[in-house]
Design a protein around this ligand. Structure first.
Ligand code: HEC
Length: 154
């Protein structure tokens, strides 16, 4: 009973978020739109529980924001197939050897294997590659500070 109430209020929270921050309009074919929506829903349901881009501060997070992870993966694997393969291999069965970054494991511990089917994980990584991810505000501030220091801020 309690669980149902909890899930209900979580859903409510998500729905309210959606109405406060309306989604951007972009022009994609309806098939792509369907897939993107699917990936987005799956990502929010299965990944943002830990990789929450709405965390208020660096101290509050329990896993690094996926926005930063995506940047590292893109640097190592600029092409979609290699990017998806590498990320999929890690999230299907996370091990320290497969992790691109070892620092977060020391800080947060190794990511547990998510109870999600391979097809759904595939949709999630495809969504991550093709879409702009939400970047926590504190992350942007830190980034700007760094850029300002190096004189790179325009
Ligand atoms: C139970 C919490 C939790 C959930 C749920 C979770 N993660 Fe993670 N994830 C972590 C933690 C903690 C790390 C950092 C430590 C590590 O790399 O194992 C991490 C690291 C990662 C990395 C970086 C790995 C690397 O190569 O260094 C990726 C990519 C990632 N997660 C993707 C996902 C995706 C996609 C999902 C949803 C399917 C997801 N995570 C769900 C906790 C979680």
């Amino acid at each position: 009973m309690f669980r149902i109430i909890l899930i209900g209020s979580l859903l409510n929270l998500l729905l309210t978020e959606e109405s406060i921050h309306p989604r951007p309009e972009y022009y994609i074919s309806s098939q792509d739109e369907l897939l993107a929506d699917d990936g987005r829903v799956l990502l929010e349901r299965h990944c943002y529980t830990c990789h929450n881009p709405k965390s208020k501060s660096h101290d509050e997070i329990i896993a690094p924001p996926l926005w930063g992870m995506k940047k590292h993966y893109l640097e190592a694997f600029p092409e979609k197939p290699a990017f998806e393969k590498a990320m999929l291999e890690f999230i299907q069965n996370p091990t320290e050897e497969k992790a691109l970054m070892k620092g977060p494991i020391k800080r947060f511990g190794l990511m547990p294997k998510p109870p999600v089917s391979k097809e759904d994980l595939q949709k999630i990584v495809s969504y991550i590659y093709s879409n702009e991810l939400e970047n926590p505000a504190w992350h942007i501030e830190k980034d700007n500070e760094k850029k300002a220091k190096s004189g790179d801020l325009r």
